[in-house]
Ligand binder design. Sequence first.
Ligand SMILES: [Zn+2]
Length: 87
Amino acid sequence: MLARALRLLRDFADGKEFKSFFTFIIQYQQKGYGKMEKYVCSICGYVYDPAAGDKEGNIPPGVPFDKLPDEWVCPICGAGKEEFNPD
Ligand SMILES: [Zn+2]
């Protein structure tokens, strides 16, 4: 399915555009955006999704879990960061 989609994409785009598409993907991964892990609260099951951030805690989207302030707590049950585990 993915291979077919890529083939279609390659057929549509000229060579230059196709190459820049892959350059974009590689740069995206090198910047670490692809490594943002979700973390789960071991007390209540709340999931911190870096792509969504935490509105309640004034955390904007795009903040990885390890960049959250130390005083950040689970918005559901108030547990500290040490109660969270990678999803
Ligand atoms: Zn919790």
